[in-house]
Design a protein around this ligand. Structure first.
Ligand SMILES: CC(C)(COP(=O)(O)OP(=O)(O)OC[C@H]1O[C@@H](n2cnc3c(N)ncnc32)[C@H](O)[C@@H]1OP(=O)(O)O)[C@@H](O)C(=O)NCCC(=O)NCCS
Length: 228
């Protein structure tokens, strides 16, 4: 059994824990020791029956694998900040794929990525590191997904779509073939993306139009593994 700790005891942390449980039901793989979370009121308590071991500092004392499980539409840059604070090499990150997701061998999936039940990659998809893919997401041939991207439930990409680093694709959004969504942009729930979206913008609607600028991290071009 591989010892594992999940960083972030919120909703996505509990969802990742349920992926771990499903993987273990299929084949005993991970020993989930608990959550790590900086919220002072959580330390020493349980969340969903799983202990919160303490804040981020405790990770230095643990020789476990790790997955960072944060990121909601209001603060979807948080995962990269946490990964940078933790500073672990890629080998320390687990890749969690629910047994009921359909991810063929032709698809690459990076470390730290979590894929929930019923997500599908059809063929030849490249999925980066620390990506979150919620249920019923469909990625199709030749799609490329950058590090730290997040897909809400039911989002679907046509073929040859390029999703930049840190992009948030809202629930149920659709992206037309061969389009791109620039780094750290957010696509609203239910949007139909027919045009390329530049970096750092929020688009929504049918067809999707620009709503406003997105909250970019200070160094938006830096990707996972780049030296600080
Ligand atoms: C696009 C989004 C980020 C906008 O949020 P916001 O900046 O707080 O904007 P507001 O809610 O103030 O809305 C601004 C305007 O855009 C419209 N709007 C917001 N979201 C929209 C959407 N998804 N599609 C169409 N119009 C939308 C609002 O109706 C409002 O229009 P108005 O000015 O005519 O009243 C947000 O609505 C969204 O879709 N987030 C993704 C949620 C999601 O997918 N969660 C998944 C969890 S797994």
């Amino acid at each position: 059994m591989i010892p594992l700790v999940l960083v972030g005891a919120g909703g996505f942390g509990r969802e990742a824990a349920s992926v771990v449980a499903a993987i273990n039901d299929d084949r005993s793989t991970y020993d989930l020791l608990g959550f790590v979370d900086d919220s002072p009121d959580l330390a020493g308590h349980e969340v969903g029956g799983i202990p919160v071991l303490g804040g981020l500092a405790i990770l230095d004392k643990l020789a476990t694998q790790v997955v960072v499980c944060t990121g909601h539409p209001g603060n979807y840059t948080s995962r990269r900040s946490l990964v940078e604070r933790i500073g672990f090499a890629p080998e320390r990150y687990a890749t969690l794929i629910h047994p009921a997701a359909v991810i063929p061998h032709s698809t690459q999936v990076g470390p730290g990525t979590v894929i929930l039940a019923t997500a599908v990659a059809t063929t030849t998809v490249t999925i980066g590191c620390h990506v979150t893919i919620m249920p019923a997401v469909v990625l199709t041939h030749d799609d490329v997904v950058g590090d730290y991207a997040i897909f809400g439930a039911g989002a679907k990409l046509a073929g040859g779509v390029e999703i930049g680093v840190g992009v948030y694709i809202g629930s149920g959004a659709l992206v037309r073939e061969a389009r791109s969504v620039g780094d750290w942009s957010l696509v609203g729930m239910g949007a139909v993306v027919t045009r390329d979206i530049p970096p750092g913008e929020v688009w929504a609607g049918v067809p999707a139009r620009r709503l406003r600028s997105a909250a970019m991290p200070a160094d938006p071009l830096k990707s996972y593994g780049d030296p600080s």
